[in-house]
Design a protein around this ligand. Structure first.
Ligand SMILES: Nc1ncnc2c1ncn2[C@@H]1O[C@H](COP(=O)(O)OP(=O)(O)O)[C@@H](O)[C@H]1O
Ligand SMILES: [Mg+2]
Length: 566
């Protein structure tokens, strides 16, 4: 339990350099009075500032320094927690932030934000918001709950139970769900596209393979045919070449030989023929002439006869030679004709060999062409792409599974975070307590009705006779009792929720607007229920109604623009 003991401030808001000190645990209840602007609520801001570094009201920090002095603003609070005495000093111009435990300054090495965290989490176990709910019941946060529509009632309760975080989480979650949904959609689209791509690619590959195999078979047949032909061609060339090689030289020799012989015979025959012509001419001379044309000497018949027969004999002899030569030559010519035919044949053989070689070359080119099957290359590329696509599909499928998992988690989370989820669970847990507390306070105030808030924060109020009333149908005084009961019930809940326990309760003009004699009685009745360890400060400008009803009274006034305690 935090026991607040002493609060001191100077140069803070309207307070000047003269320190104001309020002892916080002296009396069970203290009435705080003073004119408007006298500096009563300043006390709240001073306490809040000393504990949390920010005032109770929404005032900017620099505006907390007294504008006239504009320096040496300092607030000090003293309290004990678990038997340890604490003192916090907080100042501006100059900045001061010191925490003492049992008179010893706590290690200040850490950053002031961490230092603040230590105060809230380790020492006070109370944050600024809980402080508002537990320590202060100000007119500013006095909510006539019953006059709120149910959705506003929900936000008050959510705020009280600190379950508003789930609403915020749900907003964030909804964004995430939407994002995930579009991401999943995106994955689905990609997957669909990929599946179609894979299907088309597989079909393409099978088409390629079909083309390939039929072509391959055809080509192989073609190649076989060509190779068969090549074998024939090679064999044929081998034979032809052999034949050629074996006969060429002989035929050539024979032919050349024959040719030479024929030529020799022809020459011989020619010269012999010339000789025969000379002899015939000489014989004819001796036949036709009786006198020598050169020497005019008479030619004897005897000589003439001798010469004639001599010529005839010679001519006969040469003619025989010519005839023999012609006969021989004709024989050779026949042979030559044979050789020439052989020679022509050999030339034909050579041509065939050449043609076969050409055919072989072109056949080999054809085979080479047929062996390069372009589609095989295409198939390989397509298969590579297909396996990459399949890998990608695996990855995407995995991603999609992850996304589905995440989505189902998020759906479950969303189920938990919606109004009917965790929040309702928490609210259901607290509703009976709330209703019990409200009814207890109503009884304290001698208002015997049965009040019930349901999960939708709609109230039913039954009288003893079990008639159902609505809030507006009650009198102003009765309404005030309901409001008061609710307000203290909320504070109790906040205390429970935060396990916050403190001696201090400050009511800052909480009921001033509707305060009458009855109201004062009711308030006092409730204050009696708070127990001996509570110190209540009732800030009010209804001094006339409240005077003398509390053991202690503090009065603030403003003198020369500075607030001070009388
Ligand atoms: N920085 C400041 N310097 C001097 N006076 C200030 C400063 N900020 C607010 N004030 C004055 O202090 C007074 C606030 O006093 P407050 O405690 O709210 O009065 P009340 O007694 O009505 O609760 C007001 O008169 C306001 O004008
Ligand atoms: Mg005030």
């Amino acid at each position: 339990m935090i026991i607040f003991k002493k609060l001191t401030w100077k140069n803070f808001l309207s307070t000047g350099n003269k320190e104001t000190t309020v002892y916080l645990n002296q009396d069970k209840s203290t009435l705080v009075v003073g004119a408007n602007g006298a500096g009563k609520s300043t006390m709240l801001d001073a306490l809040s500032f000393s504990l949390f570094g920010k005032p109770h009201r929404s005032i900017n920090k620099p505006q907390l320094v007294n504008t006239i002095n504009n320096k040496n603003c300092l607030v000090t609070v003293e309290f004990s927690v678990g038997g340890l005495e604490y003192k916090i000093l907080r100042g501006m111009k100059p900045n001061i932030f010191e925490v003492y435990r049992n008179g010893q300054l706590l290690n200040q090495e850490s950053h002031s934000r961490d230092y603040q965290k230590i105060i809230e989490q380790n020492i006070l176990k109370l944050n600024h918001k809980s402080f508002h709910q537990v320590v202060v019941l100000g007119s500013s946060n006095f909510i006539p709950f019953m006059q709120l529509p149910s959705h506003s009632r929900r936000s008050v309760i959510e705020d009280l139970l600190d379950i508003g975080i789930f609403t915020k989480m749900n907003v964030v979650l909804k964004d995430k769900i939407n994002l995930l949904r579009s991401q999943s959609q995106n994955t689905d689209n990609k997957l669909d596209l990929l599946k179609e791509t894979i299907r088309l690619r597989a079909k393409h590959i099978s088409d390629l393979k079909n083309i390939d195999t039929s072509n391959k078979e055809k080509n192989e047949k073609k190649i076989q045919l060509i190779e068969d032909e090549n074998t024939i061609l090679k064999n044929s060339n081998k034979e032809l070449q052999e034949e050629h090689d074996n006969t060429y030289i002989k035929v050539k020799e024979n032919m050349d030989d024959a040719h030479v012989k024929i030529r020799d015979h022809s020459f011989a025959e020619q010269s012999w023929n010339l000789n025969v012509g000379k002899i015939v001419k000489e014989a004819k001379f001796y036949e036709e002439n009786s006198v020598c044309p050169t020497c005019s000497q008479e030619l004897s018949l005897e000589l003439k006869n001798e010469k004639e027969s001599e010529a005839k004999e010679k001519a006969k002899e040469i003619s025989k030679k010519i005839a023999d030569s012609i006969e021989k030559r004709q024989g050779i010519e026949k042979l030559h004709e044979e050789y020439r035919k052989q020679w022509v044949h050999l030339n034909e053989v050579q041509t065939s060999i050449n043609n076969n070689e050409l055919r072989l070359t072109s056949n080999n080119e054809k085979i080479a062409d047929l062996k390069i099957v372009e589609t095989v290359k295409d198939t390989k590329t397509a298969e590579d792409k297909l396996s990459k696509d399949k890998e990608e599909r695996e990855k995407l499928s995995d991603l999609r599974v992850e996304q589905s998992k995440l989505s189902s988690y998020m759906d479950a989370l969303s189920e938990l975070l919606r109004d009917t989820g965790i929040k309702t669970k928490v609210i259901r847990q607290y509703l009976p307590i709330m209703n019990k507390l409200i009814n207890q306070y109503l009884q304290v105030l001698d208002f015997f009705v049965l009040f019930n808030l349901d999960e939708s924060f709609n109230e039913t109020i039954r009288s003893r006779h079990r008639d159902v009333f609505t809030y507006p149908s009650f009198s102003e005084g009765e309404k005030q009792r309901i409001d008061l009961s609710l307000l203290f019930a909320w504070r109790q809940i906040a205390k429970m929720k935060n396990s916050a326990n403190t001696n201090l309760l400050i009511l800052d003009e909480t009921f001033d607007s509707s305060m009458d004699a009855d109201g004062v009685d009711n308030l006092l009745k409730i204050l009696y229920t708070l127990g001996d360890d509570t110190n209540v400060f009732i800030i009010s400008h209804k001094q006339d109604l409240l005077d003398g009803k509390f053991p202690r009274k503090i009065e603030f006034e403003k003198v020369n623009n500075f607030s001070k305690m009388k």
